[in-house]
Design a protein around this ligand. Structure first.
Ligand code: BG6
Length: 494
């Protein structure tokens, strides 16, 4: 893609995990797709005493396992010309002036600069301040954009403080708050499915929908992220960000256009309409738990408290579920159940929409058994599909019915899979912020989860547990409004 202006991607924390597993592979895949503007450079900033050659060798190692269809030698030869390394410690003020000199010294680095903060959130504010004080955010000779990973704050107050600090040095248009879920093709498909097809729109409301479930489950445990995760927990890690974003896409009104601000306006309206959870309703509307040892893939795995670097008395939740109500005309009275957990039975993300039953049950086999409801299921990962479950008559002489699935897997065989980061990194270069969060989205998402976190923070003596390899704590059932509702674990009929 040559008609975009080139830029310099400066990655802080370039030797860390996110950079090696996501960012560099994504940039390499953009090279493969010929989408990096000619002249674009990638400058890694890290503390290790490496030079450019060593960095290139490291990147090659990272990519060997991560490149789709294997690392292509010819394309890598081209890609490596973009790679530079700058040894520097972000906490040292002098580093910023030295880095400025390094990038200004020769004309190899374009003056459009995207700073990617792949660093500890506690450092975001200081780094931005130093960049500004060293004129690295001046836009006189090219745009300057700052990309921040979640979490943006650890509660409403800290998010606000960080926002205030950022606002001193940056305009809102310069800030790209990433929620990598929005970069997933299947997540964007929720919008296309809803707003490019008319068929379901008349039904997409409280008159026809019984309830909605949004699930993200993982078989993985806390892995090497104990430091971060034990302070965050599942509510902050997944629900405040990714799952609430999914909810906004399912529930929002049609925006006036697909342009960034219109989209974000509608998403914020949904968040604002969510009925606040009060300290008194926290228990009725939420459930949290922590995994114990159990079997995953026929192997015994450790419990959370036995994981490396997890304090013995930790009551951090690795499972969280919440019931939310959106108090607006479209959704009044429809419960939205969100849940996420680590070390669960399967790894998947899906949105399940359960329709109400028809007003008369003509075909039920007897007085006790009810007909199965219709479901629309949006598989986000690993299966990417849209499914609808409908009732048909079973072949045969009797008037028996059965549930069948209309399945539209959306990937054709020759469609190329892509990682969310590829699209997001490219959008930063293009200046398209539609898939990034505006501050008010972050703020209202914190307003929803803050009261829950506050109550949980006072209950430090005990946390319920669930066995690794299960679907989480049985007591999460109590969130359901009706006997007929239950967790939908799979895209397949259960
Ligand atoms: C991250 C969370 O934002 O998302 C992780 O911090 C989680 O804990 C991950 O595992 C899930 O993302 P994905 O793309 O693998 O579904």
């Amino acid at each position: 893609m040559v008609n975009q202006e080139p830029c310099t991607y400066i990655i802080f924390g370039a030797t860390g995990n996110l950079s090696s597993t996501k960012l560099l592979p994504a940039l390499y895949h953009l090279e493969v797709a010929n989408r990096l503007p000619t002249g674009t450079m990638i400058l890694a900033v890290g503390r290790r005493t490496w030079n450019r050659d060593k960095w290139i060798a490291e990147v090659e190692k990272m990519l060997v396992n991560k490149a789709r269809n294997g690392l292509n030698a010819e394309i890598f030869a081209q890609f490596k010309q973009r790679l530079y390394y700058f040894e520097g410690n972000l906490t040292q003020e002098s580093m910023y002036a030295e880095m400025r000199e390094f990038i200004n010294k020769d004309s190899v680095f374009p003056q459009n600069i995207a700073f990617y903060m792949s660093i500890r959130p506690a450092e975001f504010g200081n780094v931005v301040q130093h960049l500004s004080q060293n004129q690295l955010l001046d836009e006189e000779h090219g745009w300057k954009r700052v990309v921040v990973e979640k979490p943006f704050g650890s509660d409403l107050e800290s998010a606000y403080a960080l926002h205030q600090r950022f606002s001193k040095y940056l305009k809102e248009e310069q800030i790209y708050r990433i929620d990598h879920y929005l970069g997933k093709g299947t997540v964007q498909n929720v919008l296309v499915f809803r707003f490019a097809n008319l068929m379901l729109e008349p039904l997409w409301n409280r008159n026809y929908i019984d309830h909605v479930q949004i699930t993200h489950s993982e078989m993985l445990g806390v892995e090497q992220r104990a430091d971060y995760y034990d302070n965050a927990g599942a509510m902050r890690d997944m629900i405040q960000s990714h799952l609430l974003q999914l909810l906004t896409l399912v529930a929002m009104e049609p925006p006036i256009s697909m342009e960034a601000e219109s989209l974000r306006d509608e998403k914020v309206k949904v968040l604002k309409s969510i009925r606040p959870i009060t300290p008194n309703t926290v228990h009725a509307q939420t459930c949290r738990a922590q995994y114990m040892a159990g079997m995953i893939n026929k192997q015994m795995v450790r419990g959370y408290l036995q994981e490396d670097k997890i304090p013995q008395n930790s009551v951090t939740e690795t499972y969280a579920a919440v019931k939310l109500f959106i108090d607006n005309w479209r959704w009044a009275g429809v419960p939205f159940y969100l849940r996420t957990g680590k070390r669960l039975k399967e790894s998947q993300s899906m949105i399940s929409i359960c329709f109400k039953s028809p007003p008369q049950q003509f075909f039920r086999p007897n007085q006790i058994k009810k007909m199965d409801p219709n479901w629309v299921l949006l598989g986000i990962q690993p299966t990417e599909s849209i499914r609808a479950e409908v009732t048909i008559k079973e072949p045969g002489l009797e008037m028996n019915t059965r549930q069948i699935t209309l399945d539209a897997g959306f990937r054709k065989e020759d469609d190329v899979a892509k990682d969310a980061y590829e699209e997001l990194l490219l959008d930063v270069i293009k200046g398209d912020r539609s898939l990034f969060l505006r501050y008010d989205e972050v703020e209202y998402a914190w307003k929803i989860v803050d009261p829950i976190l506050r109550v949980w923070a006072t209950e430090r003596d005990y946390i319920p547990t669930y066995q690794a390899g299960s679907w989480g704590p049985k007591e999460s059932r109590r969130l359901f409004e009706k006997e007929t509702q239950s967790w939908r674990h799979s895209l397949d009929p259960e």
